[in-house]
Design a protein around this ligand. Structure first.
Ligand code: CUA
Length: 197
């Protein structure tokens, strides 16, 4: 049996039909983007706060002794971090549970990513911009915070930890800071590990 070639007009009609279907799909997609960004003010996470990546360590918000967790006047917490090849500075952070925490992070070198495992914190970190993420940790515990953007040979070694403690155990020092080195006084003191030789 020989198949009859389709009538030219029929082919044209089918093609036109599909052009219309695709055009409608494109209109719906573009329309929803325009409406969501204009009316609902829904934007992809964007970093519009700029910073000079070459002077981070010299002056301004991200100098080394200004990094880490600090208590604000309203009781909320701000954590400032620098993501650099191949570490987060500081590489351990202590925050209280049930309190608003704002992460502010930037990079002096290349693009990194910040992800706090088990939470909704997930952002890219770009040199020249400050990425800001707000969250509240509902439970105490320790979260891994790896870099999730390939940033070079040491990428897989680039990670940090976020320790969430009871709000009462989060005791800022005279500068309002809490770090892993001056740990929150935990209700149960850790017994020093004995290593008999
Ligand atoms: Cu930093 Cu990958």
């Amino acid at each position: 049996m020989v198949e009859r070639p389709m009538d030219e007009r029929a082919i044209l009609r089918t093609e036109l039909r599909w052009v219309i279907v695709v055009a409608i799909a494109v209109l719906i997609i573009v329309g929803s983007i325009v409406i969501s960004s204009a009316a609902v003010v829904l934007h992809p996470p964007s970093s519009v706060e700029r910073i000079d990546p070459t002077t981070l360590h010299v002056s301004g918000e991200f100098v080394e002794d200004n990094l880490g967790a600090v208590q604000n006047r309203d009781g909320s917490v701000t954590v400032r971090l620098v993501a650099t090849q191949f570490a987060f500075v500081p590489n351990c952070i202590v925050v209280p549970a049930d309190r608003p925490v704002t992460f502010r992070i930037t990079s002096p070198d290349v693009i990194h990513g910040l992800l706090i495992v088990g939470t909704n914190v997930n952002t890219m970190v770009m040199p020249g911009y400050v990425s800001e993420v707000r969250t509240t940790f509902p439970r105490t515990g320790e979260h891994l915070m790896p870099c999730h953007e390939f940033c070079g040979l040491g990428h897989s070694e680039m990670w940090s930890r976020v320790r969430v403690v009871e709000p009462a155990a989060w005791q800022p020092d005279e500068n309002g800071r809490v770090s892993c080195e001056t740990p929150a006084r935990s209700p149960v003191e850790e017994a020093p590990e004995e290593t008999p030789q």
